[in-house]
Design a protein around this ligand. Structure first.
Ligand code: UDX
Ligand code: ADP
Length: 464
């Protein structure tokens, strides 16, 4: 029986390897992590990650050919293929702080493989990494492979998006793989191609050299984020001119060269990947003495920060230039709908700005646990401390509860349950202070209908 080990039971490793187990019953998949609580959750009825369709897949294969464990060494020892899916956060201090990826977790995992492996392994980079990380991994593995065993390294970046992870893994646009173009590298790559080809049409499994594969992952995320910053930049022009950003996006998106996707203006992109990967690209460009290239990509992040600030300023301005002690219902805290993930969520920055303006925030999100919301707001660097957060933030258990006695509602995440048919806005209006304002940061509401109810509506990318 072919055995796969996945190091890192996070948002990437968990779903992607669970799907391999689901699709290939004859492969034993063991997902390991140092975090005992996370592994316990994977082994319980309440998985640590909310992702539509994930429960069914895990419950169907767990204990059969899918295992979750903290015994990292044993899983490495018995595996033929090892996915490295550990976190690669942006460095907080030292060289490249605030930009470069922290590769400490990758290195620790790689050293562990080198230390405990007793047979040859195919080691697969799954985490998004800076270009040429495979080279460092290879050096570490080879320096430690005194036992006459071979390590082949593949790059196999993951393109799943949260909220649609299972669909993306079942029907990916493409699976990308890179290897050293040697007979051994190509043979190792073929083993991985054979696994994916069991459910993905072969022409969608793309192979290339290692460095192209590593860079393509950064490039794809940078291009997607750049589209969002572009439409967000246009949203500012729309608000000032009377143009409507939805109409502009539609008009541009119907050009088949541009395409309609990723042109939804918003309060700003979030998630664990976009900002991190762009900053990675900026750092790489600087290291390569390409300052103009670095500045170009940096501007995508600058525009995103500007968008969050701009929308918050619009809220304060509209509420008669002060939000001091006003109750503001903040609907949605996750960085997008259908996930409980809050990493880099625009809601965090907006809350921080509004707390600094002394607003009273009533936050509701269908999937983010209250503990997480508080933890995010007191995280160093966010700009608000524990005392301020305690004083200014209350977490609510429904949208209705958050809106009672509020002066304004701010839609931060596009959850379906906030849409017009799903929430009774008439009831909400009746429970609010008047004038009742609503700020749609996600373009999900029907402004004319809300105005009929009596709301004063402000929408991103539209003038009032
Ligand atoms: C992204 C990439 O899409 C995925 O391929 C990669 O593997 C990981 O990074 P993810 O971060 O999960 O996935 O979510 P995505 O759907 O890309 O959204 C990222 C952010 O952009 C969210 O905050 C979302 O709300 C925002 N967004 C997206 C917009 O503001 N407008 C859009 O049109 C699309
Ligand atoms: P991603 O979104 O990239 O999947 P996460 O932070 O959700 O990132 O998951 C990465 C996981 O990797 C974490 O649960 C972390 O505990 C785990 N991890 C990091 N280093 C190691 C290691 N050396 N061995 C095992 N697990 C690790």
């Amino acid at each position: 029986m072919l055995k796969i080990c996945c190091i890192g039971a996070g948002y990437v490793g968990g779903p992607s390897c669970a799907v391999i187990a689901f699709k290939c019953h004859d492969i034993k998949v063991t997902i390991v992590d140092l975090n005992q609580a996370r592994i316990d959750a994977w082994n319980s009825d309440r998985l640590p990650i909310y992702e539509p369709g994930l429960d069914e897949i895990v419950f169907a294969r767990r204990g059969k050919n899918l295992f979750f464990s903290t015994d990292v060494d044993e899983a490495i020892r018995e595996a033929d293929l090892i996915f490295v899916s550990v976190n690669t956060p942006t460095k907080k201090s030292g060289m490249g702080a605030g930009m470069a990826a922290d590769l400490a977790y990758i290195e620790t995992a790689t050293r562990r493989i080198a230390q405990v492996a007793t047979t040859s392994k195919i080691v697969i980079e799954k985490s998004t990494v800076p270009c040429r990380t495979a080279q460092s991994m290879r050096t570490i593995l080879e320096a430690n492979s005194t036992k006459g065993i071979r390590f082949d390294i593949l790059s196999n970046p993951e393109f799943l998006a949260e909220g649609t992870a299972i669909q993306d893994l079942f029907h990916p646009d493409r699976v990308l793989m890179g290897c050293l173009q040697t007979p051994e590298g190509l043979a190792a790559q073929q083993k991985l191609v054979d696994i994916y080809s069991r459910w993905i049409p072969r022409e969608r499994v793309i192979t290339m050299n290692l460095w192209s594969s590593e860079l393509s992952k950064l490039a794809a995320n940078a291009l997607l984020a750049q589209r969002i910053s572009s439409i967000n930049a246009l949203s500012a022009i729309c608000e000032a001119t009377g143009a409507d950003v939805d109409e502009v996006a539609y008009a541009c998106g119907t050009d088949s060269r541009i395409g309609p996707k990723f042109l939804k203006a918003s309060v700003g992109f979030g998630g664990s990947c976009f900002q991190k990967d762009i900053l990675n690209l900026v750092y790489l460009s600087e290291q390569l003495f390409l300052p103009e290239v670095a500045a170009y990509w940096k501007s995508v992040v600058t525009m995103n920060e500007y968008q969050k600030m701009r929308f918050t300023h619009r809220i304060v301005r509209t509420l008669f230039n002060t939000v001091t002690n006003k109750r503001i219902a903040l609907l949605g805290f996750a960085f997008k709908k259908d996930t409980g993930d809050t990493r880099e969520s625009a809601a965090i920055t907006m809350c921080s700005y509004l707390i600094q303006e002394h607003a009273q925030l009533a936050v509701y999100d269908p999937k983010v646990p209250p503990k997480q919301i508080i933890a995010d707001l007191i995280e160093p660097g966010v700009g608000t401390n524990e005392v301020e957060v305690k004083k200014h933030v209350s977490i609510c258990s429904s949208a209705y509860e958050a809106c009672v006695d509020a002066d304004a509602i701010v839609i931060c995440t596009e959850w379906d349950e906030f849409k017009m048919g799903a929430l009774d806005y008439q009831r909400i209006y009746a429970s609010m202070n008047k004038p009742a304002f609503i700020f749609d940061g996600r373009l999900i509401l029907d402004a004319p209908k809300l105005r009929e109810i009596g709301f004063k509506v402000e929408t991103i990318g539209k003038s009032t």
